[in-house]
Ligand binder design. Structure first.
Ligand code: PGA
Length: 248
């Protein structure tokens, strides 16, 4: 499996950042043994798709309905219409601030798939959950509750993002990443059979150019979901370069 490296711009990015997005696209095509994408604010998707064809553009969330009376929400069909080819769902920032539950995330993932988007479903434990020894239990519960029944067709990735590692500069011990990714892989294979071996499991949380090679070398770490270090070409490129070394 080629590594998948996805930037998550979160609530960052306005018109003046389109040039940086284009620069990231120009950079990404040099790494042909990596799959990459940029998940942008909905307001930028259409213009980003106009300005670069060199990197797939995605959303960061979608509504579980495709249209209707949901003021302020963006549907998967709208993301696709704007040019997106993927979306993140279930990011911990949304699970926490928007009180999203596993069932909501499952419905969003199915809505996104039905709109023709690839989907990254995020899971991850809080620091309190890890300190209490519950990290595996929590994450495997999220995997069981937020992944759809039918994942055939290579549209789904899972991102393991320990909440306490996001935006903090802290990352887990490599052994803990290995243990978690291996447990997620086993859960995927138990549930989906051989198809579960083909689902990418990304690591996210303070991945950067300094730690990417080590993280990406871990068994079952099939790529990364990158926040802060995806906001500029200069910071994002070393992560793609690290991933390229694993590509066939
Ligand atoms: P970070 O964010 O790389 O800034 O820690 C990762 C994420 O939240 O997806």
């Amino acid at each position: 499996m080629r590594k998948l490296v996805v930037g998550n711009w979160k609530m960052n990015g306005v018109t003046s950042d389109l040039a940086e997005i284009a620069a990231i696209g120009d950079m990404a095509i040099n790494y042909s043994r990596v799959e990459s994408a940029l998940c942008l604010p909905a307001t930028l998707i259409s213009r980003a798709c106009d300005i670069t064809k060199s990197i797939p553009i995605g959303g960061q969330d979608c509504h579980l309905q495709q249209s209707g009376a949901h003021t302020g929400c963006v549907s998967a069909a709208m993301l696709a219409d704007a040019g997106a080819s993927l979306t993140i769902v279930g990011h911990s920032e949304r699970r926490a601030a928007q009180h999203e539950q596993d069932g909501d995330i499952l419905a969003k993932a199915e809505a996104a798939h039905n709109a023709g988007l690839k989907v990254i479903i995020c899971v991850g434990e809080t620091l309190a959950e890890r300190d209490a020894g519950n990290a595996l239990h929590v994450v495997l519960g999220q995997v069981a509750g937020s992944l759809p029944q039918d994942i055939s067709g290579d549209w789904l990735s899972v991102a393991y993002e320990p909440v306490w590692a996001i935006g903090t500069g802290r990352i887990p011990e490599m052994a803990d990443v290995k243990e978690m990714h291996s447990a997620i892989r086993s859960a995927l294979v138990d549930r989906y059979g051989a198809i579960g071996n083909g689902v990418r499991i990304l690591y996210g949380g303070s991945m950067n150019g300094d730690n990417a090679a080590e993280l990406l070398a871990i068994e079952n770490v099939d790529g990364g979901l990158i926040g802060g270090a995806s906001l500029s070409r200069a910071k994002f490129e070393p992560i793609l370069a690290a991933a390229e070394a694993f590509g066939e």
